[in-house]
Design a protein around this ligand. Structure first.
Ligand SMILES: NC(=O)c1ccc[n+]([C@@H]2O[C@H](COP(=O)([O-])OP(=O)(O)OC[C@H]3O[C@@H](n4cnc5c(N)ncnc54)[C@H](O)[C@@H]3O)[C@@H](O)[C@H]2O)c1
Length: 366
C-alpha cells in the first residue's frame, strides 16, 4: 500500500479520463469543479484523443486507454468508454494501483462484474460507479425519511425510467449493438439506475422478479437488444413493486420517477423536477422544496446553493466526485459513494431480468 499513502496525501488528485463523449465531458467538468487537475484523456483513436485534449484544454492525449489507465502520472482514472471496454480497463487500472471510477454498467456479464468487485476489494483502492441520482438532494431527503421512520413501513415501490431517443426504427447508437452495449440495453443502461436509486432510498433489495421485454425491429434488420422492460418484483423486506423501463416512449426524455408507499406517508421523486419531493399522507399532501435550512443533514450537505436556485444532474456528478476524492484521501474508507459491489449487484439483476423474460418465469436475485 505504499502508493496509497502517496496518493492519499496529495492535495490534487491527478485524474485521467478514458473516453470523452457525452459522459466523459460531464466527468471532466465534475473533476475540475473539485479543483483537481485532469491531466490526460484518451479516445477511440490517437488522433481523436489529440483533438479532444486540445478542445478540452487537457495537457496530454494518451494513444490508448490501456496506456492511460496504467500511467505512472495518474492517481485516479475515470472509465467513460462504451460498455464492452469497461471490464478490461478497470482491471488494468486496479492492478496498476489506481483509484477507479468506472461508468455503468460495470461490465456486460455478472461473472466479470463479481470478479472485478472482488479485485477492487482486495486492492484497497477506491472503486466507484456513478449511480449519481443518489446525489440529488431530494432523493437523499426521501432516503432519510425512510430511515428515520417518517415514511413508516415500506409497502410498495413503483415507478418508471422512460426515454424516447431510440423510438424510431432508424434510431441507432453503439448501445443498440449487443457487443458494444452488452446483452441488455434498456435495463442495463437506465433500469439499473432506477433499481440502484430505489434500493438506496429504501434499504430494500430486490430479491425476486419476473420481467417482460420488447425489442423493436430496426432498419436494415440490425439485431438489437431490448428497448423496454416491464418488471414485477418482491424485496427482501416484504415490499412489492413494479417498474417500466423504456427508450421508446415518445416525449419522455429522461423521466426517472419513483414512489415509495409507506404505512405513514408516500414519497415520490421526479429526476426531471428534482427541486421538490412529494410527501403524501391521509392528511395534507406536500411538495417539500429543496431548502438546506429545513432538509435532513444528509440532504442539506448536497445542497450547495440556497433553495430557489435550481440544482441538477451536473451537480450530482460534482458531489459524487467530491465523495470519491474524500474517500481516496481517507484511504478508501470514507464516504458513501456507490461502489463496484453495488454495480456488480445491478449486473446480476440485469441478468435475472433477461433470464426471466427468456423463459417467462420468476427469478431470484442473489
Ligand atoms: N452514470 C450516468 O448517468 C451515465 C450517463 C450516460 C452514459 N453513461 C455510461 O457512460 C459510458 C459512455 O457513454 P456516453 O453516453 O458518454 O457515450 P458516447 O458515445 O457519447 O461516448 C463514448 C466515447 O468513447 C469513445 N471510445 C470508444 N472506444 C474507446 C476506447 N477504447 N477508449 C476511449 N474512448 C473510446 C467513443 O468514440 C465516444 O466518443 C457508457 O458506459 C454509458 O453507459 C453513464
Amino acid at each position: 500500500m505504499g502508493g496509497m499513502s502517496t496518493t492519499a496525501s496529495r492535495s490534487s488528485l491527478r485524474t485521467a479520463i478514458a473516453g470523452v463523449g457525452m459522459i466523459g465531458r460531464v466527468h471532466l467538468d465534475a473533476v475540475r469543479r473539485t479543483g483537481a487537475p485532469v491531466v490526460g484523456v484518451s479516445a477511440s483513436t490517437p488522433a481523436r484523443a489529440k483533438e479532444a485534449a486540445a478542445a478540452l484544454g487537457v495537457e496530454r492525449a494518451f494513444d490508448s486507454s490501456q496506456e492511460l489507465v496504467t500511467s505512472d502520472d495518474v492517481d485516479v482514472v475515470h472509465i467513460c468508454t462504451p460498455n464492452d471496454a469497461h471490464a478490461e480497463l478497470a482491471e488494468l487500472a486496479l492492478r496498476a494501483g489506481k483509484h477507479v471510477v468506472c461508468e455503468k454498467p460495470l461490465t456486460t456479464s455478472a461473472a466479470t462484474a463479481d470478479a472485478l468487485a472482488a479485485l477492487a476489494a482486495e486492492s484497497g483502492r477506491v472503486a466507484a460507479v456513478p449511480f449519481v441520482y443518489r446525489y440529488h438532494p431530494m432523493a437523499a431527503e426521501a432516503r432519510e425519511r425512510v430511515r428515520d421512520g417518517r415514511a413508516g413501513d415500506v409497502r410498495l415501490l413503483h415507478g418508471h425510467y422512460l426515454q424516447d431517443w431510440l423510438s424510431l426504427p432508424g434510431d441507432t447508437n453503439w448501445r443498440v449493438d449487443a457487443v458494444a452495449g452488452g446483452p441488455s440495453r434498456a435495463f442495463a443502461d437506465i433500469g439499473s439506475h432506477w433499481c440502484d436509486l430505489v434500493e438506496w432510498v429504501t434499504g430494500h433489495r430486490i430479491s425476486e422478479l419476473t420481467a417482460v421485454t420488447r425489442t423493436l425491429a430496426r432498419d436494415g434488420g440490425v439485431p438489437a437488444t431490448e428497448d423496454a422492460v416491464q418488471l414485477l418484483f418482491r424485496t427482501d423486506r416484504d415490499a412489492t413493486g413494479t417498474l417500466t423501463v423504456s427508450q421508446i416512449s415518445p416525449g419522455r426524455k429522461n423521466r426517472l420517477w419513483f414512489e415509495v408507499d409507506g404505512s405513514a406517508t408516500s414519497l415520490a421523486f421526479d429526476q426531471e423536477n428534482p427541486e421538490t419531493l412529494f410527501v403524501g399522507s391521509r392528511g395534507e399532501n406536500a411538495a417539500v422544496q429543496r431548502d438546506p435550512a429545513v432538509l435532513s443533514p444528509a440532504a442539506a450537505r448536497l445542497s450547495v446553493v440556497p433553495g430557489g436556485h435550481p440544482m441538477g444532474y451536473l451537480d450530482c456528478f460534482a458531489a459524487f466526485v467530491r465523495d470519491v476524492h474524500a474517500a481516496v484521501r481517507e484511504n478508501g474508507t470514507g464516504g458513501a459513494f456507490p461502489t463496484f459491489d453495488d454495480a456488480a449487484r445491478m449486473v446480476r439483476l440485469t441478468e435475472a431480468v433477461l433470464a426471466s423474460a427468456a423463459d417467462r418465469s420468476w427469478k431470484e436475485v442473489s
